[in-house]
Design a protein around this ligand. Sequence first.
Ligand SMILES: Cc1cc2nc3c(=O)[nH]c(=O)nc-3n(C[C@H](O)[C@H](O)[C@H](O)COP(=O)(O)O)c2cc1C
Length: 356
Amino acid sequence: MPFSEDLTGALVMAPMTKGSNLPYRRLCVELGARVLVSEMVVARRLKQRRKSEFALIRRAPDEPCFGVQLAGNQPDEMAWAAALVESRGADFIDLNLGCPIDHFTRMGLGAALARQPKRVARTVEAMRLAVGVPVTVKIRLGWNATSRNYLDLARAIVDAGAAALTVHGRTREARYRHPADWDAIAEVAAAVPVPVIGNGDLLFPHEIADRLASSGCAAVMSARGVLIKPWLFREMTTGYEDITAEARLAIYRRYVDLALAHWGDDDHGRTRAREFLRWHLGFWVRHARRRADGTWPGMQEREPDFAPRSPLEALLARTDDAALDYMADRLLAQDALDDPPAVGAAATAPEVTEAG
Ligand SMILES: Cc1cc2nc3c(=O)[nH]c(=O)nc-3n(C[C@H](O)[C@H](O)[C@H](O)COP(=O)(O)O)c2cc1C
């Protein structure tokens, strides 16, 4: 199927460091995901033949359309990495221009590269000439509120031959403090002739439908939304689900199966699976239902009046370490979750290693 058809009306699973691990992508495919992107892969580390980086470009056998996201700022190195990734089965290759993390921006990668549209254009062109699959680019709105260069950047990227563009509607400095600016995303969609994928704050199917209808975007992308509720992909076709705690648990148990199939059902594999499981639980416990008055909770809000419908639902909403460790251990052991620990004193916010 041509790439533009894959994209039309799609909910794309975002590139996410740690979050877009292979077993989690497989879980999302089972729940309806059709277009998925890898974790961010640093081209230089591929060049250095680092095994951990090569693990990130592996495609799952059942992935319908899989993109690999590359970070780098040397056109020749990026061309080489793009060709390598294509030869390993990527259906498209995405250039990261959004990563806000100092460690990478100091090296001129991610959001720092986005400040140099000419260099971006050279990089996109070099990548495009090196591969037969589409090259896409993921941008933010700019570095900060006073340097929102998204229109110039988008035009330079499209002129250089990108097949599609993802726009995360925030600047590098804004992080998650403000809502995504969908007016700016719509401006890009109106300004360029290629499909635009809008990204930011999507958590419920009606929000996705509204953004698809009003922004001019060909597709939308979700990151935190699908970490919190991977069944968002299913809701794309069946509508909002007032999902039970048992149905959520079945999904989390399925992730454990896929994680062990991927990392191996031995000591080493179980340690790795537990590390990821514990991390995912930090997002899973943030799920909140539609409120009794019919309104919708926001992505970052805790529900003050949350009334669990069962002891299991109460457990799945706990954010304290004791509960998260208990759930990780029990899920990994394929055991019941019927004797939860007392609520731990210190509740921790989920760790977010945001690389985009
Ligand atoms: C855990 C995590 C890891 C991320 N890693 C990446 C990444 O590797 N590459 C990237 O382009 N964006 C990355 N992002 C940013 C997301 O792709 C997305 O642009 C951003 O979270 C906004 O979408 P959302 O409101 O649906 O979360 C990451 C986000 C999260 C939460």
